[in-house]
Each structure stands twice: as C-alpha cells, then as structure tokens.
Design a protein around this ligand. Structure first.
Ligand SMILES: Nc1ncnc2c1ncn2[C@@H]1O[C@H](COP(=O)(O)OP(=O)(O)OP(=O)(O)O)[C@@H](O)[C@H]1O
Length: 263
C-alpha cells in the first residue's frame, strides 16, 4: 500500500479483503489478497487480462458459489457490522441484497422498463404500488435515465439503446438501495458517448454508495476512481490513491503496466 493510502484523513472502511484466496477447483486464482474498500469512494481494479480482476469482484457477491469446486479462503469483512461475506454461515442471497452488480454487457430482463427496475423491490416483498413507483422513479433518476424513459415505462427494456440499457441495469441495481455496487467493465460494450455518460454516472453514484469497478481502460480508472488496485497473476501488486498510482507508483511492475511497457 502506498504512503497516501496510509494517510490519516482516509475515509471510513466499507469492506476489507483479508488474506483472501480463491480456487477454481485446483487452480489458485487469487493469492492472499489484502485490500481496503473505502466508503462512498470509487475503487478501480486494473491489470492485464487474466490477472483475476473479475474473479476478485465476484467474491464480493458470492457469485462463485453457483459452481461446485470453487473455494474461498480468508475473509471479506463488510462494514459496519463486520460480517465476513465469505462465511458459509452467511446466506449469499442476503449478501446480494446489500451488494449489487452491473455486468459487462447490459442484461435487462425481458420485461418492461418499469418492471426491470421494480423487480428487486418485488422480490423483497414490497407490494405498495405508490412505494414501488416512487422507488422506480428515484432509481431511474439516479441512473440519469428518467427523462429519456418517463413516457415509455411500459415498453420493453430491450427496446432501449445499449447505453440506455446499461443505465437501466444501473437503475435496477440502485433500486434496492445497495451499500456496495460492483461494476465489471460496464462500458466495454458501449460507444464513446454512452461510455462518457456511464463514467459520469459512476462518479456521481459515490455520493450515495461505495463502488468497486473492474476496467481494462486505464484512462477510465484515472478519470473516475479515487483508489486503484493493480493486480497481476492473482496477486495484489499495489493499492493506493489513484493519482499516486498513476503519477508515482511505488512498484516497478505497476509503473511498467501504467506506462504501457508491459501488458
Ligand atoms: N470458471 C473458471 N474456471 C477456471 N479458471 C477460471 C475460470 N474463470 C476464470 N478462470 C481463470 O482465472 C484467472 C483469472 O481470470 P479473471 O477472469 O478473473 O481475469 P480478469 O483479470 O478479469 O481478465 P479479463 O480482463 O480478461 O476479463 C485466469 O487465469 C482465468 O483463466
């Protein structure tokens, strides 16, 4: 961790990986990762293809549980209650109520725009129409999509453009008031204009929520994140304040990657 990351003015912790290891059966994909995730900040995960960024991100919402043979060791402590997200005693469904995820390719449900956003609320048992309507509007506003869709809420989500679909997925993720939002390369399937609007949105989201984002794009990490982690071959090589990682990395490996000499 670099000096700035040890600075006393650091924000509060939202989560912390502690000696985290992850195995796809016999393949040791994450090696002893220790990393803080600061509250209401954007943290970017960068590194060459195959270094383990998505694998790490997916530990936070226990997505690996879906496949037998996958195994976690260590902990991801989630604050303020210090729940170990990886404990077998913790229900992954409960985890996913607090931590939502937006994927690389927009994946709206085959439902109306309204129902896409209302879905999580209904699953949680919300039945009051006016509450659902208010929350759907708030989430669509939060995802900077309301003005574009307010007169077409009954249309299928799939009718929207790629960038709008991704904002719909962000609204869906926001509707259930998550504490942490995970983004796995959310702009890689989008054009530059849609990318810019998602980047702006992610930067605004941190007023309400903590964000952890995987990106291939170093400029994107530099533009939108407060903290950056550089990973290589399943290890956390360096973590620190984004400006420092990009301007004055502590490790040569990080510098070689940032400057394009490697990767
Ligand atoms: N389901 C799986 N079973 C076995 N190995 C896997 C599986 N998924 C990923 N891996 C391996 O784990 C390592 C990390 O993969 P991961 O997808 O996390 O990397 P990444 O940094 O997100 O890469 P990219 O930037 O290309 O998406 C790679 O060696 C990959 O081949």
């Amino acid at each position: 961790m670099n000096d700035a990351a040890n600075h006393e003015s650091l924000p509060g912790l939202k989560a912390e990986a502690r000696n985290l290891n992850f195995f796809y059966d016999k393949f040791h994909a994450l090696k002893n990762i220790n990393m803080p995730v600061y509250e209401k900040k954007v943290t970017a995960l960068i590194g060459p293809s195959g270094c383990g960024k998505s694998t790490y991100l997916r530990c936070f919402n226990r997505m690996h549980d879906l496949y037998p043979g996958n195994r976690y060791e260590g902990a991801i402590e989630f604050h303020p209650d210090r729940t170990n997200l990886l404990s077998p005693k913790v229900d992954p469904i409960e985890v996913r109520m607090r931590i939502s995820m937006v994927f690389q390719k927009p994946n709206p449900f085959p439902k109306s725009i309204f129902e896409n956003v209302a879905y999580g609320l209904r699953v949680r048992g919300e039945r009051t129409r006016s509450v659902i309507e208010d929350k759907v509007e708030m989430a669509l506003r939060g995802a900077a999509l309301w003005d574009e869709v307010k007169d077409r809420l009954k249309e299928q989500g799939a009718n929207l453009s790629g960038g709008q679909q991704q904002r719909l997925c962000i609204a869906r993720a926001l509707a259930s008031d998550p504490e942490l939002m995970l983004f796995d390369e959310p702009t890689s399937a989008l054009d530059p204009i849609a990318t810019a609007s998602i980047e702006e949105l992610v930067s605004e989201l941190k007023e309400k929520v903590t964000v952890l984002i995987v990106t291939h794009n170093m400029q994107q990490a530099a533009r939108i994140s407060d903290f950056t982690a550089y990973m290589y071959l399943g290890e956390m090589v360096e973590f620190g304040v984004t400006d420092q990682i990009f301007i004055k990395p502590q490790k040569k490996q990080t510098e070689d990657y940032i400057t394009g000499r490697f990767g």
